[in-house]
Write a protein that binds this ligand. Structure first.
Ligand code: UD1
Length: 386
């Protein structure tokens, strides 16, 4: 059997790493050569900076992509169109039995569409998530991809219900658990060996002085990259001013800055305000283990990332989600998780911060978030009719 997997952007890499390892393991344990899986990895090139791509391949032991489509940045239409145009000849030449897509980025929906038009079976890892917010480009990607996929590999039971409500065939829905947690489990011990202060010192973006120590529980970790936050001057300005005037007086703030966020912070003239504050430490995007290390030790997380919500849930990190909604409700407090939605109203964000800042760590593992999801994905694909 020939499987072609597709990745494009940072949040895809921690999902594909365990899948490739599980294929390797499958091939080592087959009874006959007919059961061997030939695997081809395609990187669309949506993310291309070392800190957004190569670092993860190296750390997570992902083999170099067999093909890089070199799509790069652009508007959504440009990115999706370029990906489809570049992917089509590769698909035709390699003619796989399956195309496996992960997550909800532009690469995910673009490549599933191309594959389906050639009647090639599609499997979607991280299927069924819904924010029910069509203003999110990722929500559009999720819906397109799930509608086209033959095998829906679902991380939690709430997402299985979403797919059932949309009328997906029961036999296509495979509850396999959360593949990102396979990576977290594989990397956790290595991350614990790192020193939070050394990470921040190495990755600082500006010539800021670093505190003597970054003790457990004395710092907050912050990330924002969603257009709904950083492209909106009013929202990002209020957030930055509150971090500067209040949060940084309470805790040191470590803020790994996404390239898109940096561009917008500079554009809105907020960058200088941030770097003048010695208790706000701006760093370049962190590697996987570096982030895991800081996430395991921070007092509180402030983020609009979906993947971090899941990691925070498993690590028990009290988390203020800087979004109005989430496609990952399983991570929310009311469902046993450690995250609370705070939206973009600064008064609500302040109240949720006060609540979470004093919350004890409470690690939580939803069903099947057990480090064995990738094996279940491979099993489901091998059992599916291609
Ligand atoms: C994409 C995903 C989003 C995911 C995020 C994680 C979609 C629709 N969005 O958003 O779901 O949460 O990745 O990062 O696919 N840039 C660089 N270097 C890079 C990549 C990007 O400088 O290696 C800059 C460029 O200015 C680019 C901007 O970041 O225009 C945005 O990149 P893009 O890939 O369009 O979207 P993300 O915001 O990263």
């Amino acid at each position: 059997m020939k499987i072609m997997s597709v990745v494009g952007a940072r949040p895809n890499f921690m999902k594909i790493a365990p899948f490739i390892a599980a294929i390797r393991e499958h091939n080592e344990n087959i009874a006959s050569p007919d059961e061997e899986i030939e695997h081809i990895l395609v990187h669309t090139g949506q993310h291309y900076d070392d800190s957004m791509s190569n670092t993860f391949f190296e750390e997570l032991n992902i083999p170099q992509a067999d093909i890089n489509l070199g799509v790069g940045s652009g508007t959504h239409a440009e990115q999706i169109a370029k990906t489809m145009l570049a992917f089509e000849p590769v698909l035709l030449e390699k003619n796989p039995d399956w195309v496996v897509v992960v997550g909800d980025v532009n690469a995910t929906s673009a490549c599933s569409q191309v594959a389906k038009k050639y009647d090639i079976a599609v499997a979607h890892i991280e299927s069924g998530l819904r924010s029910y917010d069509m203003m999110m480009p990722e929500e559009v990607n999720r819906i397109i991809t799930d509608r086209l996929s033959d095998v829906l590999l679902v991380p939690d039971r709430l997402s299985c219900d979403n797919l059932r409500r949309e009328g997906c065939a029961e036999e296509s829905i495979k509850f396999v658990g959360n593949i990102m947690i396979d990576t977290l489990d594989a990397q956790k011990a290595l991350a614990q060996d790192l020193d939070p202060l050394a990470i921040v010192r190495e990755k600082l973006l500006e010539d800021q002085s670093v505190p003597e120590s970054l003790d457990d529980d004395r710092f907050a970790l912050m990330t924002v990259h969603r257009p709904s936050n950083i492209d909106n001057k009013e929202i990002i300005e209020q957030l930055v001013k509150w971090i500067d005037s209040t949060v940084s007086n309470d805790l040191i703030v470590v803020w790994p800055v996404h390239p898109r966020a940096r561009k917008m912070l500079e554009h809105f003239r907020l960058w200088d305000l941030l770097i003048q504050n010695p208790r706000i430490l701006l760093t370049s995007p962190l590697g996987y283990r570096e982030m895991l290390c800081l996430n395991s030790t921070t007092r509180v997380m402030l983020t609009d990332s979906g993947g971090l919500q899941e990691e925070c849930c498993v690590l028990g990190t009290p988390t203020v989600v800087l979004r109005e909604n989430t496609e990952r409700p399983i991570t929310l407090h009311e469902n046993g998780g450690t995250c609370v939605l705070a939206g973009s109203d600064i008064e609500i964000i302040k109240a949720k911060y006060r609540l979470m800042r004093n919350m004890p760590r409470k690690p939580e593992r939803p069903e099947f978030w057990d480090g064995d999801t990738a094996r279940r994905c491979v099993e489901a694909i091998c059992g599916g009719a291609a």
